[in-house]
Design a protein around this ligand. Structure first.
Ligand SMILES: Cc1cc2nc3c(=O)[nH]c(=O)nc-3n(C[C@H](O)[C@H](O)[C@H](O)COP(=O)(O)OP(=O)(O)OC[C@H]3O[C@@H](n4cnc5c(N)ncnc54)[C@H](O)[C@@H]3O)c2cc1C
Length: 580
């Protein structure tokens, strides 16, 4: 039985997790990072393309930008569901965090004057997005990984966190499955930070990597104590490229690319008279689907799609400022974007929901537990995230959680938990695995997983209505019942993807139920949550955040609400001129 002890444990080695680790380790505390992958750099943050928002006002076009404008854009983007005190803190911190990374050696793209360059993104008043061509995530992951290496932060790779070890309502560690040798291990610490990224794999069509299962959310939810904030809010990005839904960054439109229908008409101005192609993602995705439903889509690439035209930007621009898109188009869909239009169709991209925390990233309901990055909801994005604000959130929440943990570590005593507690939790996980491996008859986990993803795309997608959601909820309930009876064909413990899925699947089904039930209850349209049967935003009844929990032993989520903090900008029009 392997038991490791540190001051704090970070589950997740993406940008959020590593940024927090750097903050804590730089003050000499013992911290470790756990990741599913073989290397930190392979975390999904690496795939981020377009950039990171900060009101530096470095370009001629962005003169006049400051934290207030960034805050107003974020609040309007969120359709007034973000907590405005958090928005204020994060956007004020943004310029510092960018300059810090610049100082550490991030190779950001530059203006002619040598300043950090900034590009336009959807929903932003000024070009504010700091970028490194369209490989911003790759550059930042390289940077932060090298900081972690300099600080000698131990990385335990190929570990799947399975459960939180609780002493009453206090977390004392996590159990993990060592994916290579099949051992169950425990990592103990005074604080546990969940930084496991989003849950895009709940949906059939997604831009997310094959690691975005939402594990942090599920292990928190499965304690019966934690809460998921705003589960009904899921972002669908306008320009993934079918058939695989690899993303073409919003930077394509930020730099001047446009969306076209089958008549080669630039249709977005018909739907958003003030922002056109650069309205927020929820508005653009809905408008695109309306064009498709109206019969102005194009058949091909295994679906009905629209076009993204960036050839108008010219070879030089595409090959330098959008070089990842240039590469991805040619190598994955066989299109040369300097000569041809790119096929695009909206698909799941980001989870605004996550483990609900307060302003200091401390999870509701469990002492010592923190959540940061896409896995958390604290709540910066409300009903819709603006592009570039997620990378910002990873480094901001990593920094803020790190500061809070340092404060606590300075006064906390070494954690002592009840005798046998850790060993019992390890045994519980071993028994779980034994039971799954020992089952001869039962449900095929891949089939259930695929069914669940189909239901989510079909019944909790871009356009929703009460009847479809009810159908989705009933179907998910059936799947959830079957999760207790999952059997797998491959009987190895080590290197067994089927077992890994079986271990996380009942938690995923619980999250899916939270999404579906919250979507049913929210009888209004706000941000990414569109109800055909309730097409208006309803501030009188719904200016509140959903909190979903799953108490132990119950069969469906419990839904509660809390008020949203309005400290800067009272609810009003989003300013996109959206035609509904
Ligand atoms: C294609 C694409 C492009 C994007 N471009 C942008 C952009 O330009 N700007 C922007 O602001 N945002 C962008 N985003 C969003 C942004 O990249 C992500 O929200 C952000 O990087 C998430 O970072 P994270 O650290 O929270 O999680 P991740 O980077 O996803 O890291 C999660 C980590 O958790 C680990 N993990 C997961 N489960 C477990 C487990 N059970 N046990 C142990 N470890 C586990 C993983 O191995 C990984 O190390 C983009 C997203 C996509 C999909």
């Amino acid at each position: 039985m392997k038991i490791y002890k540190f001051d704090s444990i970070i589950v997740g080695g993406g940008l959020a997790g590593v940024r927090a680790a750097v903050e804590i380790a730089s003050k000499g505390y013992k911290i470790c990072l756990l990741t599913l992958l073989d290397k930190l750099i392979r975390s999904h943050s690496n795939a981020a393309q377009g950039g990171i928002q900060a009101s530096l006002a470095n370009t001629t076009e962005s003169i006049g930008d400051d934290w207030r404008v960034h805050a107003y854009d974020t609040i309007k983007g969120s359709d007034w569901l973000a907590d405005q005190d958090i928005v204020e803190e994060v956007v004020k911190l943004a310029p510092f965090l960018i300059r810090e990374m610049d100082y550490w050696g991030a190779v950001f793209s530059r203006t002619d004057k040598g300043l950090i360059n900034q590009r336009q993104f959807g929903g932003a008043t000024y070009p504010r997005c700091v970028f490194a061509s369209d490989g911003t995530g790759h550059v930042l992951m390289n940077l932060i990984e090298s900081r972690a290496t300099c600080l000698n932060i131990p990385v335990f790779s190929r570990r799947q966190a399975l459960s939180l070890i609780l002493d009453g309502v206090k977390v004392v560690g996590v159990t993990t499955l060592n994916l290579v040798n099949g051992e169950i291990e425990a990592f103990l610490g005074n604080a546990v930070i969940l930084a496991t990224g989003g849950a895009g794999l709940l949906y059939k069509e997604t831009t997310n990597a094959r690691t975005c299962f939402g594990d942090g959310m599920t292990i928190a939810l499965e304690t019966g104590l934690a809460q998921i904030g705003n589960p009904e809010f899921v972002q669908f990005h306008p320009t993934p490229m079918p058939p695989r839904y690899i993303l073409a960054t919003e930077g394509c439109r930020g730099d001047g690319g446009v969306l076209l229908n089958s008549e080669e008409k630039e249709f977005m101005w018909d739907y958003s008279s003030m922002k056109g192609n650069l309205a927020s993602r929820d508005v653009v995705s809905r408008s695109m689907m309306r064009e498709i439903v109206a019969g102005r889509g194009i058949e091909g690439f295994s679906t009905t799609h629209l076009w993204l035209d960036i050839k108008r930007l010219g070879y030089e621009h595409v090959a330098t400022k959008l070089r990842d898109v240039y590469f991805l188009c040619r190598n994955f869909i066989g299109v040369d974007p300097t000569k041809e239009y790119i096929p695009v169709r909206p698909a799941q991209h980001y989870t605004m929901f996550g483990v609900k925390t307060n302003k200091r990233c401390e999870a509701y309901g469990i002492q010592g537990l923190y959540a940061i990055g896409e896995c958390a909801c604290w709540d910066l994005h409300g009903a819709n995230r603006l592009g570039g604000n997620s990378l910002l959130e990873t480094v901001a929440s990593g920094y803020i959680a790190g500061q809070k943990i340092l404060e606590n570590l300075a006064k906390d005593k070494i954690q002592i938990c009840k005798d046998g507690l850790v060993e019992d939790e390890i045994k519980r996980q071993e028994t779980r695995i034994k039971n799954i491996l020992g089952k001869k008859d039962g449900e095929n986990v891949y089939r259930l997983f695929s069914e669940m993803r189909g239901i989510m795309s079909q019944n909790a997608g871009i356009f929703r209505n009460g009847q479809d959601i009810e159908i989705g909820l009933a179907a998910l309930n059936k799947i959830f019942e079957k999760t207790a009876n999952v059997k797998i064909d491959c009987k190895e413990i080590a290197l067994n993807l089927e077992l890994q899925l079986a271990l996380r699947f009942s938690g995923m089904a619980k999250i899916a139920l939270c999404v579906m039930k919250s979507a049913l209850l929210r009888t209004e349209s706000r941000g990414s949550h569109w109800r055909d049967d309730f097409p208006k935003r309803d501030d009188k009844n719904w200016l509140k955040r959903t909190l979903a929990s799953f108490p132990i032993g119950v069969q469906e989520p419990e839904i509660n609400y809390e008020p949203v903090k309005i400290t800067l900008l009272p609810p009003g029009d989003r300013g996109y001129g959206e035609k509904k």
